[in-house]
Design a protein around this ligand. Structure first.
Ligand SMILES: NC(=O)c1ccc[n+]([C@@H]2O[C@H](COP(=O)([O-])OP(=O)(O)OC[C@H]3O[C@@H](n4cnc5c(N)ncnc54)[C@H](O)[C@@H]3O)[C@@H](O)[C@H]2O)c1
Length: 251
């Protein structure tokens, strides 16, 4: 077993890579020498990112998390055209409608948040696990949230689906522990990204006030932890939700 953070030439699929956290992670992993596939629904933004990164080890793919077949095709295309996936970092996530009490939840919107944040994450992991298992190595990281650990008011759909992601990695982590595959989640508090900018001002203030460090996290802080979790060095931790909350969660 090599206890190294070196990910040179590792094929790593990063979803949600057109914006915010996923974008930073994809660019950083490519700078570290990984063979990165940046996937997202927003192809235009991916193309702009590809020109910005400007490296032969940076590939882009369109995927729609609202369509199972699109996710299945993404994984098979990466495996067939680029090579065996060693790491998956799933950063796709939507907030959905927020700010209302539970009695006023729009159930159609709840179903959409569930589809994108949880069901699609499961479908994606199923395809990737099938490919990784016979090879005896793999790293999977799901972007969850502090909302999934503590619940945030006015964010029921988001909180529920992020809690689901944490349970998903706990169950899958145990299932795939004997196969050399680690499966973890990252649970950040507020990180400065376009998603955060879409919060209602009072909601944002409330969430920010709960962070003992009195600031938002940065995408760079998320990317450095993610780069370690996705490396061979993260070899004895699985089914865990890593904290990144400036002290909000101490567990
Ligand atoms: N920003 C935060 O404060 C914060 C905190 C905790 C957790 N997270 C989680 O981190 C992840 C990334 O968040 P972010 O702030 O970078 O968000 P973001 O909105 O900046 O990026 C999300 C990306 O997902 C893509 N996407 C949305 N719907 C899609 C679909 N149907 N198919 C494919 N791609 C789709 C978007 O195009 C976008 O590029 C999310 O899962 C989010 O829930 C964010």
């Amino acid at each position: 077993m090599t206890n190294t953070t070196d990910i040179t030439n590792h094929i790593i699929l990063v979803t949600g890579a057109a914006s915010g956290i996923g974008k930073q992670i994809a660019a950083q992993l490519a700078a570290q020498g990984a063979e990165v596939i940046a996937a997202d629904l927003n192809l235009e933004a991916l193309e702009a990112l590809k020109s910005e990164v400007n490296k032969a080890n940076f590939h882009i793919k369109k995927v729609d998390f609202n369509n199972d077949q699109s996710i299945i095709s993404l994984v098979s295309e990466v495996e067939n055209q680029i090579g065996p996936i060693k790491g998956l970092i799933n950063c796709v996530g939507i907030l959905g409608k927020s700010g209302m009490l539970s009695e006023d939840i729009d159930l159609v919107n709840f179903d959409l948040v569930y589809q994108i944040n949880l069901r699609a994450a499961l479908v994606l992991s199923m395809q990737v696990l099938k490919a990784m298992k016979p090879r005896g190595y793999g790293r999977i990281l799901q972007l969850a949230s502090i909302s999934g650990k503590e619940g945030n008011p006015g964010l029921v759909a988001y909180s529920v689906t992020k809690a689901g992601l944490i349970a998903l990695v706990k169950a899958q982590g145990k299932e795939y522990a004997p196969f050399g595959i680690t499966i973890n989640a990252l649970a950040p508090a507020l990180i400065d990204t376009p998603m955060t900018a879409s919060f209602e001002p009072e909601q944002r203030q409330y969430l920010e006030s709960k962070i003992p460090m009195n600031r938002l996290g940065t995408v760079e802080e998320v990317a450095s932890l993610a780069a370690w979790i996705i490396s061979p060095a993260c070899s004895f931790t699985t089914g865990f939700a890593f904290d990144l909350t400036g002290g909000r969660a101490t567990y």
